[in-house]
Design a protein around this ligand. Structure first.
Ligand SMILES: Nc1ncnc2c1ncn2[C@@H]1O[C@H](COP(=O)(O)OP(=O)(O)OP(=O)(O)O)[C@@H](O)[C@H]1O
Length: 293
């Protein structure tokens, strides 16, 4: 389904196509990860991108964040082309920031929190505080619910939840317009997950951010997203208002996803059959060889 171009949107992605080298059933033998994806995100809007593992969500996120170059398609921010990954203008790079799934591997464990934030202010000097940097750093940390003493600690010594708050601080330190969250709460304990989700919602509202929020967890997406797009085997099969898509799905695959989510909530069905831990989500048969792009 094509969302159509909406006037006044912030991010516009048209006909995105990405294939990875290696064995597979793609046009040139590689794995087709994303096949003609079009989506848009309006200013201050949160678009949830859902789908089972391997459906292409991370690949879309990486293209939007400029970490991966698509084989075809266009990406614009505020109507201006985002350009190829490494050739983005500093302004475009600043405007789109990403929060990753695993906070521990997305931060250098040997760096202190203060130096992690100083580094991004150095990379994007227009966002560096004019006044006292320590005061600005402490204010940023407080915004994330972190004590000032965290500034002098190394990332490797922080808890998973603290690390994710620092990752979010690093992203927001450069005042982005769009935050791409790729399974940003999935690797955390359930109680920490809820705290980070609340933090993201609060920050989004206060800083008037737009978000592309990727998750396989429909419950999480339901809480944060205004609209949702459902990906299956590299294609968006359905998109619309979150409430509508999750309560009255039109595509059979969306219904399957919702059924699987219900099965996960209640893993022992009436007939007593014990399912796999992953809720027996069907294998989509796509290749999993991680060749270089
Ligand atoms: N570097 C890579 N090299 C080769 N194939 C890749 C690479 N990265 C992803 N793929 C393949 O591309 C397809 C889409 O992967 P992608 O990670 O984008 O999906 P996803 O929906 O984000 O899954 P997950 O939730 O498990 O991260 C999958 O078939 C995956 O195996």
């Amino acid at each position: 389904m094509n969302a159509g171009r909406v006037r006044g949107e912030l991010l516009d992605v048209r006909g995105l196509y990405v294939s990875y080298r290696g064995r597979g059933s793609g046009r040139r033998g590689g794995t087709v990860a994303v096949d003609g994806v079009s989506l848009s995100v309006a200013p201050e809007e949160t678009l949830g991108l859902v789908g089972e593992s391997g459906s292409g969500k991370t690949t879309v996120a990486r293209c939007v964040a400029g970490l991966l170059r698509p084989k075809a398609g266009t990406l614009t921010l505020d109507g201006r082309p985002l350009g190829r990954a490494r050739r983005r203008s500093p302004e475009s790079r600043r405007a789109v920031q990403m929060v990753f799934q695993d906070p521990r591997s997305s931060l250098n464990p040997r760096m202190t929190v203060a130096s992690i934030i100083a580094e991004v202010w150095h990379t994007h000097p227009v966002t560096a505080p004019q006044g006292d940097r320590t005061v600005a750093l402490h204010r940023l940390l407080a915004d994330m619910g972190l004590d000032p003493e965290v500034a002098s600690r190394r990332a490797g010594d922080l808890s998973g939840g603290q690390c994710q708050r620092v990752s979010i601080a690093r992203a927001l330190a450069v005042r982005p317009r769009l935050l791409v969250c790729d399974e940003a709460v999935s690797a955390l304990d359930v109680s920490v997950q809820a705290q980070i989700l609340r933090l993201l919602i609060d920050l989004r509202d206060r800083h008037r951010l737009a978000m592309l929020f990727i998750s396989h967890d429909l419950g999480v997406v339901h809480q944060i997203a205004d609209r949702v797009a459902v990906m299956h085997r590299g294609v968006i099969v359905e998109q619309g208002r979150t409430g509508e898509v999750l309560t009255a799905p039109r595509h059979p695959y969306t219904r399957e996803l919702l059924d699987a989510a219900l099965d996960l909530a209640d893993p022992v069905p009436d007939d007593g059959t014990i399912r796999d831990d992953d809720g027996a989500v069907p294998d989509d048969g796509t290749a999993d060889d991680k060749a270089a792009v």
